[in-house]
Design a protein around this ligand. Structure first.
Ligand code: ASP
Ligand code: MG
Length: 429
């Protein structure tokens, strides 16, 4: 059963039904590490689950490990074997979620709610065999659906699954978001509520821009850009999965009782903002090759070996000096990859032939994101003007259908975010 968005029960707060026109919904609730950080918080989670059950909804829950626990387990593995066997890493780090699902099942039973814990292999959540960052391939949902219909709440361990050869796998850090979305899609949930320690997705980082606003609705595509550009509320893979399956997500706080941000399909958003949000990433570094000889095959000679060395190149600009036989080539890589990238290029210097290599890690990528851009000109221009007015120099520009990114000196991060937030009319009033 799929409900129209306007028929959603609280906490969406759109339409409130009277008791006789009640529409039952199937809901997956996911709680992150801070929400299950200790016994009292798990009891609080149990109350949130009970509230949904009491509204007459069918509920399944997905949990993370207690906050800090997965880090602790990863550290134990590294102490035991710095070059660990990924299969045994998964056996160890998957245990954090086993603890929280058992505890929540107990807390629910204590409140008179029928509940049962489930580990990945018991369901089964079938994944590939890429240990440490496995992908979910299938979820056998029939038994869970049956139990939900009978009023039982399955409490499912996030972050884990089972490989074809029956060994335990984990999905990569932050993977329980993906578990929740995949489970929601598998059981045909009307909503996947992701409870976390923030109350939604913001127009930009509220710690930097005090006038940042909570976004009521954002599209999958925008959320994907925001997530991969550094807004850390949702794992990127979870958003991809939601977009692919059309699973509606809500991001909301487990500590406050109010609606969060809905992540939905574009046609569920009537008023499309030109720019929905401004993301930034400090994890960038810039490399410039000065006076590369301008001949066919140069780009391939540079970027081929970088990709072989597992260096992901993001923004690229090439600029040929007029009438010259040489070109300057600037590109960005993740900060952690900078040394590897520089080394790779220096080893190639004889083949490529450039005058010198400059690198700079003090850069930040700032991006404005919005599906409204598709149908409106002038978005980039407004960005350039706002930055120019603050005297901020743009080093590299890149664009896609729904975003414009610029690379600037890291020192101007705050100034740029504030100026852009105002320029696009996003400031809270
Ligand atoms: N507990 C896992 C982690 O810390 C999965 C998650 O929290 O999403 O990465
Ligand atoms: Mg998380």
């Amino acid at each position: 059963m799929k409900n129209d968005i306007n028929d959603m029960p609280e906490p969406f707060g759109r339409v409130t039904h009277t008791a006789d026109e009640w529409v039952m919904a199937r809901i997956v609730q996911k709680f992150g590490g801070t929400s299950v950080g200790d016994v009292d918080r798990i009891k609080n989670v149990a109350l949130k689950v009970k509230a949904e059950v009491d509204r007459g909804n069918e509920v399944a829950v997905v949990l993370s490990a207690m906050s800090g626990e997965t880090n602790r387990l990863v550290d134990l593995v590294s102490q035991m074997a710095p070059l660990y066997d990924a299969r045994e890493y998964d056996v160890v780090v998957a245990t954090g979620e086993q603890v929280t699902v058992g505890l929540l099942a107990l807390a629910l039973q204590d409140l008179g709610v029928s509940a049962r814990s489930w580990l990945g292999w018991q369901i089964a959540i079938e994944t590939d065999d890429v240990h440490g960052k496995a992908r979910i391939e299938n979820i056998v949902a029939d038994e869970l659906v049956k139990r939900m219909a009978s009023g039982e709440v399955p409490v499912v361990a996030g972050f884990q699954g089972v490989a074809p050869n029956h060994r335990i796998t984990t999905l990569g850090r932050g993977g329980s978001d993906t578990s929740a979305v995949a489970l929601a899609a598998a059981v045909g949930a009307d909503r996947c509520d992701i409870y976390t320690d923030v109350d939604g997705v913001y127009t930009t980082d509220p710690r930097i821009v005090s006038k940042a606003r909570k976004i009521d609705r954002i599209t999958y595509e925008e959320m994907l850009e925001m997530a991969s550009l550094g807004a850390k509320v949702l794992q990127t893979r979870a958003v991809e999965m939601a977009m692919k399956t059309g699973q509606r997500i809500q991001v909301l706080s487990s500590f406050e009782d109010k609606p969060g941000t809905l992540v939905v399909d574009e046609d569920e958003i009537v008023e499309k903002e030109l720019v929905s949000g401004i993301a930034y990433s400090r994890d960038e570094a810039k490399i410039t090759l000065v006076r590369v000889s301008d001949k066919p095959g140069v780009a391939a000679a540079i970027f081929g070996p970088l990709s072989d060395a597992n260096v992901n190149v993001d923004m690229i600009v090439q600029n040929r000096s007029v009438g010259g036989d040489a070109t300057d080539m600037t590109f960005t890589v993740a900060q952690d990859d900078l040394d590897r990238a520089v080394e790779t290029i220096e080893n190639l210097s004889a083949d490529i032939g450039y005058e010198k290599l400059l690198s700079d890690a003090n850069v930040v990528k700032v991006s404005v994101v919005g599906v409204g851009m598709r149908s409106h000109a002038g978005v980039a221009q407004r960005m350039f003007a706002a930055l120019a007015e603050k005297g901020i120099n743009i080093q590299v520009i890149s664009t896609s259908e729904i975003k414009v990114s610029v690379l600037i000196d890291e020192e101007y991060t705050e100034l740029a975010l504030r100026a852009l937030h105002t320029a696009y009319g996003l400031d809270a009033t």
